[in-house]
Design a protein around this ligand. Sequence first.
Ligand SMILES: [Zn+2]
Length: 108
Amino acid sequence: MIVICNGSRKGSWLSANQIWITKRFFIICSGSYEMLIINPVILEAKWRKNGPEWCLSKELHDVQMITRNTELRLKFEDWNWNEKIHYFRGIDAVIIQHEMDHLNWIVV
Ligand SMILES: [Zn+2]
C-alpha cells in the first residue's frame, strides 16, 4: 500500500478497501512520512468549511465541493497496534474524513 500511495501522482492517501482489502485502515503518505491509521474513530470534530475534493478512485478532473470539519480529535491504532489519540487540522482533517468515508464504502 505504501508503494501505491507514494507512487500515485493523483493522491497521497489510500484506504484499504480502495484496493479491496476489507479492513478498517488507511495510510497517509505526505512525502516525508507515512502514517497508518487503523480502526479510526472521531472523538471530536470542530469547524466546518466547504472546499474542493477529489479521489484517487475517480478521474482527477472530477472535483466535488464538500463540507468537512477542519479540526478532529481522532482515536486509532498505529503500526504496532498501540492506541493513539491525535489532533488533526486543515487538509489532514479533511483527508481523514475522506478516507473514513471510503471505509464506509462512500466515494465522493
Ligand atoms: Zn478517495
